[in-house]
Design a binder for this molecule. Structure first.
Ligand SMILES: Cc1cc2nc3c(=O)[nH]c(=O)nc-3n(C[C@H](O)[C@H](O)[C@H](O)COP(=O)(O)O)c2cc1C
Ligand code: SF4
Length: 518
């Protein structure tokens, strides 16, 4: 049997030299007159081991990593085409502890299949959900999604089934499915990984959504900083259309659904759904006031489902395995699995899909292995730039929407960024205000003006100018932003700011600030 060599084409792996490794492997094969098929798969999400090269041998798949071009010759010398030992040998990938601990439902195929092979997708369970959906009444699909307990993975955690029900019930000449692939949160990469590593699962999820609510057209709005995801999605859509997965007769049924990619120009606020819709319509990315809800008057004024990539990519497995199967994972009102993205100063950064309910401490210390610097963890920011900083004292918080809200935090898109004890939380709090000032769409005053004043006030605190009075002013300002802003950019900036002040008071001590002033 001709061996198959899997070399990730994921942009994370490319950044670490995957293309150079592929070139070195091809050259070595030619030199030795050996044959092998090379597949550019997605990443399994173990980024500290990328480029992680796998070989399919008679013994199954064997992984090696992190592979550099200079390692290639010795890999061949050691018999890596037969899966033999080498100092980079990792064994069977699914037995690597970081992968073995996961429950991969949404990411079941990512890193395993050839992302642009529809046959490979099918062979690994792909299209089973859509096949069921085309034979079901649209309302029954909506009911299944509602019953599964799936909540939006883009940030707000709104129940997906309820959103779909609203669009389903709306009467209109046209309806749309818009996939939010703007993925602007710091430390997040789940959307990118799935679009590059398993694009058909998103296409399948969007087609199911279209059939469920009566929408015939879908758009994937991808940030311009994701060129590889844009390419993979565009090509996968073309392949799906040619194969009859999209188009006039989805999988040979009477349902019409087609979709295309739209590229955003790169503004954090364009991830906010109404701003995104404006951008899609060719307007400036400014937030719209709600109501009307996008579900009733969204894209071009028509009823629109706006869902995150992971929300939509989780639908095929729900349709395939059933709502109960999915709902049985998780805790409380957080059902199913969540792809947690572990980043920042951490030993084992990567994508970890697990049922809701693991504690933050387990994720950071056990899965992530603590800090990369080897110093103690000081803080973990969960949920992107608008998320709160959690100190180790709160590491017993389970990964659950309500549990995080009870601690004045949020799960958001499930990105966690780890900081060691050298982090200066005053600087981080100021950064939150500065970020908001830079990214504000400018529509409402608490955010547009408040964020600028907030950053200036922190400068005064850092300079030792009336620190106590200015801290009280920041607290007051945070309340105004929280309750007076039109959208969550201004409204949630107080979370990182106030969590930094409340959990790390030493970093804001007047004495420290006085020292800075001297
Ligand atoms: C400033 C801001 C940025 C946002 N960025 C994103 C984003 O990049 N991706 C995303 O899916 N949702 C983002 N959201 C949330 C969206 O407004 C919306 O809730 C989400 O796309 C709905 O999909 P879901 O229900 O599947 O989560 C953002 C919200 C705000 C306020
Ligand atoms: S909070 Fe900020 S981003 Fe949101 S509408 Fe107001 S100005 Fe725009």
């Amino acid at each position: 049997m001709t061996p198959i060599i899997y070399i990730p084409g994921d942009s994370g792996a490319l950044a670490l030299g995957a293309d150079q490794v592929a070139a070195a492997i091809k050259a070595e094969l030619a030199t030795r007159g050996q044959e092998a098929r090379i597949v550019r798969n997605g990443s399994r999400g173990l980024y500290w081991l990328e480029p992680m090269v796998e070989v399919l041998t008679g013994k199954g798949r064997v992984a090696y990593g992190p592979v550099r071009p200079k390692d290639v010759k010795s890999l061949f010398d050691c018999g890596f085409l037969a899966g033999d030992q080498h100092r980079l040998w990792l064994g069977k990938p699914h037995k690597i502890p970081f992968l073995a601990r996961q429950t991969r439902l949404t990411f079941a195929r990512c890193g395993i299949t050839d992302p642009l092979s529809l046959d490979d997708y099918r062979a690994h369970g792909g299209l089973a959900g859509l096949t069921k959906a085309v034979g079901m009444a649209p309302l029954e699909i909506v009911r299944q999604v509602t019953k599964s307990g799936l909540r939006g993975r883009g940030g707000a955690g709104f129940p997906t089934g309820i959103k779909w029900q609203t669009v389903h019930d709306a009467q209109a000449s046209h309806k749309y499915i818009v996939c939010n692939a703007d993925e602007g949160d710091s430390g997040t990469f789940a959307d990118r990984m799935i679009m590059e590593g398993d694009p058909f699962v998103l296409i399948e999820g969007m087609a199911i959504a279209g059939i469920a609510v009566g929408a015939t057209k879908g758009y994937v709005y991808i940030r311009s900083e994701y060129p590889h995801a844009i390419r993979a999605m565009s090509r996968a859509i073309q392949i799906a259309r040619e194969a009859g997965v999209l188009g006039w007769n989805v999988l040979g049924s009477q349902h019409l659904f087609d979709m295309e990619v739209r590229v955003g120009a790169g503004a954090y606020v364009c991830g906010e759904e109404t701003s995104l819709l404006n951008s899609l319509e060719g307007k400036r990315g400014v937030v719209r006031a709600k109501p009307p809800l996008p579900a009733l008057q969204g894209l071009f004024g028509k009823p629109t489902v706006v869902n995150n990539v992971i929300s939509l990519a989780s639908v095929p497995i729900i349709m395939d395995k059933g709502a109960e199967f999915y709902r049985d994972f998780g805790m409380g009102r957080s059902r199913g699995t969540i792809p947690i993205q572990i980043a920042g100063n951490v030993r084992h950064g990567g994508l970890f899909e697990a049922a809701f309910g693991m504690t933050l401490g387990e994720i950071v210390e056990e899965v992530g292995g603590g800090t990369a610097s080897g110093r103690p963890v000081k803080a973990v920011q969960v949920g992107g730039p608008l998320g709160a900083y959690f100190p180790p004292a709160l590491f017993d918080t389970p990964f659950d929407y309500e549990a995080f809200a009870a601690k004045d935090g949020l799960i958001g898109h499930a990105g966690i960024v780890v900081f060691d004890d050298t982090a200066d939380m005053l600087k981080q709090a100021r950064f939150a205000m500065e970020f908001c000032a830079v990214e504000s769409c400018g529509k409402c005053t608490p955010c547009r003006v408040g964020a600028v004043r907030g950053a200036e006030t922190f400068d005064r605190i850092a300079a030792g100018i009336e620190p106590e009075k200015n801290l009280a002013l920041v607290t007051d300002l945070c309340n105004t932003m929280k309750f007076g802003s039109l959208c969550a950019l201004g409204g949630f900036t107080p979370y990182p700011v106030m969590s930094a002040i409340n959990h790390f008071p030493d970093d804001f001590q007047p004495t420290r600030c006085m020292e800075a002033a001297e």
